[in-house]
Design a protein around this ligand. Structure first.
Ligand SMILES: [Zn+2]
Length: 403
């Protein structure tokens, strides 16, 4: 979330008291005259009232500058009877005649988003109010009150707080393994081939499309994300020739990395974008008809997994131990997707009642939730009553750090 910049004003106050709690923001205007009042100016007025100093915690000037008023921790003097649990934001101007500026509206929304996150209250009309909703006053002026009533301010504040997440949520929620499975099936691969390919990709990258080979994370001093950003921005120029394994298939050789980079740039996407890498991977596979034919004729998961190992990934180590690890990964995907999908087709009301019935990719999450008492009655592991959809949402939330 973007944080609003607060301009310090270093005003001197009389006695202040610590606020007990904070669950509401109250908006005000200057009123009377449409002037661009500063925090210092208002401080003077309120001192003249015999108050400890400016009663609002923030003053938003017409150019969008947010000035510090009363310290954020202190009980304000802006909403009689409600000061003990509220933060007062003053927007400079008289909004019974003029309108708040675009800059004021945006910064007000951003500040509300920040405060709601800091104090843990929701951004809605029970927690973001105009002064006149608490007592009989024209403040904060009809033109600002309208922006509260029509949802403009709370809508923007919610966007500042959750925007990025909501954008992701509007796309269908999908785990990388589901996305990859569907992609490969969509290209016409059979279940053995799709699982065999995924098992190998998992062994290469853990199915993380921004995965940078660990050795190079140390050598280059960059994390997966830092490397990805530096390549995308052009700040790091040696992507093609650095021999660092990268992405879903841990592309390493210069011609393959050059191909991936060129493909991503041509599409205007990040080199670490999963969809881009899947499309590029598919192009590479198309150039290897021998491999595709062998995959099409694979009679088992083991068959398909070894075909990918020997004829596509060709890692330095192709020992039996490596073969069996990759085959195991592949078998897990086969069980999770090929079999789960079949079960779902037979019964879309399928319920998962204990952790051992849950698909393997979701087991750590479900187990963690049981251990934390978030699922499964009082310590009981049975009767979870989960649908696959619920399980997917839990795993996505878990990966986002919610549990
Ligand atoms: Zn007011």
């Amino acid at each position: 979330m973007e944080r609003a910049n607060i301009k310090e004003t270093n005003l001197s106050f009389g006695s202040l008291y610590k606020r007990d709690s904070t669950d509401m923001v109250v908006l005000h205007h200057t009123g009377g005259n449409d002037i661009d009042a500063s925090a210092e100016q208002i401080h003077g007025w309120h001192l003249n009232n015999g108050w400890a100093g400016i009663g609002y915690h923030f003053v938003i000037r017409k150019d969008g500058t947010i000035e510090r008023g009363r310290p954020e921790w202190a009980v304000g003097s802006h909403a009689c009877g409600e000061n003990n649990h509220t933060i007062g934001i003053h927007l400079s101007g008289d909004f019974s005649q003029a309108k708040p500026t675009t800059e004021q509206i945006e910064k007000c929304a951003m500040l509300i988003a920040n405060l709601s996150a800091d104090y843990g209250f929701p951004i809605d009309r029970e927690h973001v109010l105009g002064h006149g909703e608490l007592m009989a006053t024209d403040c904060p002026g009809a033109n600002l009150q309208t922006l509260l009533d029509d949802g403009t301010i709370t809508g923007k504040a919610n966007w500042y707080r959750y925007g990025a997440v909501e954008q992701e949520e509007s796309a269908p929620k999908m785990l990388p393994e589901e996305k990859i499975w569907r992609f490969l099936k969509g290209k016409g691969l059979n279940d053995y081939a799709a699982a065999g390919l995924m098992g190998n990709l998992y062994a290469e990258s853990g199915l993380s499309s921004t995965n940078l080979e660990n050795y190079y994370e140390c050598k280059l001093g960059m994390s997966d994300d830092e490397y990805t950003r530096a390549v995308d921005s052009g700040e790091y120029q040696n992507f093609v020739y650095d021999r660092a394994g990268y992405g879903l298939a841990q592309w390493t050789y210069y011609n393959r990395k050059a191909g991936l980079l060129e493909y991503a740039r041509a599409k205007g996407k990040s080199v670490g974008d999963l969809d881009i890498q899947l499309e590029f991977l598919w192009q590479e596979l198309q150039m290897n008809q021998y491999l595709l034919e062998k995959l099409a004729n694979a009679g088992s998961v083991q068959d398909a997994s070894n075909t990918v190992l020997f004829d596509f990934e060709r890692p330095a180590d192709q020992s039996e131990a490596v073969q069996s690890i990759r085959e195991k990964y592949a078998q897990d995907y086969y069980d999770d997707f090929a079999l789960t999908n079949k079960m779902l087709l037979e019964d879309d009301e399928m319920r998962y009642n204990n952790v051992n019935e849950v698909p393997e990719w979701a087991r750590p999450t479900i187990q963690k939730m049981i251990d934390k008492g978030l699922l499964g009655g009082i310590g009981g592991k049975d009767k979870l009553d989960l649908t696959l959809e619920m399980i997917r949402v839990f795993v996505i939330n878990d990966r986002a750090g919610l549990y």
